[in-house]
Write a protein that binds this ligand. Structure first.
Ligand SMILES: C[S@@+](CC[C@H](N)C(=O)[O-])C[C@H]1O[C@@H](n2cnc3c(N)ncnc32)[C@H](O)[C@@H]1O
Length: 463
């Protein structure tokens, strides 16, 4: 029986929720953004009083802040403790990171609140010995903070950069070797800024110009993203206002990073095209393609996982898109019946994700240099398969959200060497003419995720 008199329960504090989210991120390898969304949703329902705006703000700041500054924070722990950081209980490391983050980076929070509240959470989640240790380290930080200095850059450059940019040393070394020191620093600095909220219009339901007016009406502070043609890419200054508006629920817009909109722009599909999207879930790029053709293409959208295929269907339905046929398919396995059938093929390949360290800051602590080796063999298999589906004269677009040369430029060189029936196809983008048929979207230049997009064409028999 429903008890109509049940009062909503007060939610836990932002700091406690931040601890729960960060525990899942660091111990169970959950994604910070998805876990945070889940928690926000839980505490906006009927059972709990809603989280206040400042509490939501503090929760988000603590989760992303700790993920972005983890190296800096663990370095402080190491300077203040005789116990090596790697030997600390993960609960202790996370609680210390939350406390120290407030003390080091948030000047609006009183020191006493940062220390006491952290200790209070510790009492609930760990034993007394750990509680005392956490209390001692945080208080020791307050006493010794002016004596804590990073090593000088000169003579300790890699360690210095790893601490100031908060990235693992191997990544800085590797990126510097591939793209030079200056660009590496600029890109990695960009990853430590809170990323902008970008949305894509859904002209199938509402023209972009009308959406823009509605966004202004809802005080979402819209700005056109200059490098996305047709005004479909919009940067939103006030995310809270956007999420409060009915636009997302009504399918008049959806959330997509600007960089991720580019592969469909580079593909430049035409009405009536038969398109294959080989790694399609959750479907953003298939959706972009459908929108660019006004729902007048035939798009086969494949993904390896059944639950992800359902997500493509769900997203397309919300947006009123009818021309996407989502199917569960292992795209490394060739479907003989579809050889040479498609005008345009998109391979948005699984990759190391080094371009999305701004949106997913925790990835930097998970990847290892060894990990990166997994991706090129899979990408090669997928590209081999992609090549068979393209009609003579048809287009193959290859994209990744990484900034790793082996998965990008080197992959295209490998493919062209092996598949002589393909060539690079020049295209224009953001005011430049790309004669090599590919572009890297640098986060420091475009202020979005890092991406790589290449456009290839299958030669006609008489080419
Ligand atoms: C980069 S994501 C694709 C994002 C998608 N294109 C979008 O814009 O929404 C890569 C996708 O490849 C899928 N995938 C991985 N291996 C696959 C395979 N062998 N066959 C088909 N899909 C695969 C993953 O499940 C994942 O959804």
């Amino acid at each position: 029986m429903i008890n109509w008199n049940t009062k909503p329960i007060a939610p836990p504090s932002a700091r406690r929720l931040a601890y729960d989210v960060l525990y899942d991120v660091f111990v169970k390898e959950a994604y910070a953004n998805l876990t945070l969304q889940k928690v926000m949703k839980k505490y906006s329902g009927k059972k709990y009083e809603p989280l206040s705006k400042p509490e939501k703000g503090l929760l988000t700041e603590l989760v992303y802040g700790v993920c972005r500054r983890y190296n800096h924070l663990t370095w402080i722990m190491g300077r203040l403790s005789t116990r090596p950081v790697r030997k600390m209980d993960s609960k202790v490391r996370i609680l210390l990171a939350i406390g120290l983050y407030q003390l080091v980076f948030l000047d609006r929070i009183p020191e006493s609140a940062a220390v006491n509240e952290t200790v209070e959470i510790a009492k609930k989640v760990t034993h007394l010995g750990n509680v005392k240790f956490i209390n001692a380290i945080l208080r020791s930080y307050l006493r010794k903070k002016i004596q804590l200095h990073f090593p000088q850059r000169k003579g300790h450059e890699l360690q210095y950069l790893s601490l100031t940019l908060n990235e693992p040393e191997w990544l800085i070394r590797r990126m510097s070797a591939q793209i030079g020191k200056a660009r590496t620093e600029a890109v990695l600095e960009e990853f430590n800024k809170a990323p902008a909220l970008d949305i894509h219009a859904n002209p199938i339901k509402l023209p972009a110009s009308k959406l823009f007016e509605k966004l202004k009406f809802h005080h979402a502070e819209p700005e056109l993203i200059p490098f996305i043609p047709d005004g479909n890419g919009i940067r939103v200054g006030n995310g809270d206002a956007f999420f409060r508006s009915p636009l997302l629920k009504n399918g008049e817009a959806y959330v997509q990073s600007a960089a991720s909109m580019i592969p469909a722009v580079v593909m430049n599909p035409s009405r009536g095209d038969k398109v294959l999207d080989m790694c399609a879930a959750p479907g953003s790029k298939s959706i972009n393609i459908a929108q660019l053709t006004g729902n007048w293409a035939s798009i086969d959208a494949w993904d390896l996982y059944e639950h992800k295929v359902n997500l493509i269907d769900h997203n397309a339905r919300t947006l009123g898109i009818r021309c996407i046929h989502a199917e569960q398919h292992d795209s490394t396995v060739i479907d003989e019946s579809r050889k040479g059938q498609y005008d345009k093929v998109l391979l948005d390949a699984p990759c190391s994700g080094l371009g999305v360290l701004g949106h997913k800051p925790e990835i930097r602590w998970r990847r290892t240099e060894d990990n990166l080796k997994e991706f090129p063999p899979l990408q090669q298999k997928l590209l081999d398969a992609a090549s068979v589906y393209v009609k003579p004269g048809g287009v193959l677009v290859y994209s990744t959200c990484t900034l790793n040369r082996e998965e990008n430029e080197d992959m295209i060189a490998w493919f062209l060497e092996k598949h002589k029936d393909f060539r690079r196809d020049t295209f224009d983008f953001a005011g430049r003419h790309l004669v090599e048929g590919m572009i890297t979207i640098w986060p420091d230049e475009f202020h979005t995720d890092g991406f790589f997009v290449a456009r290839l064409v299958r030669r006609n028999n008489d080419d």
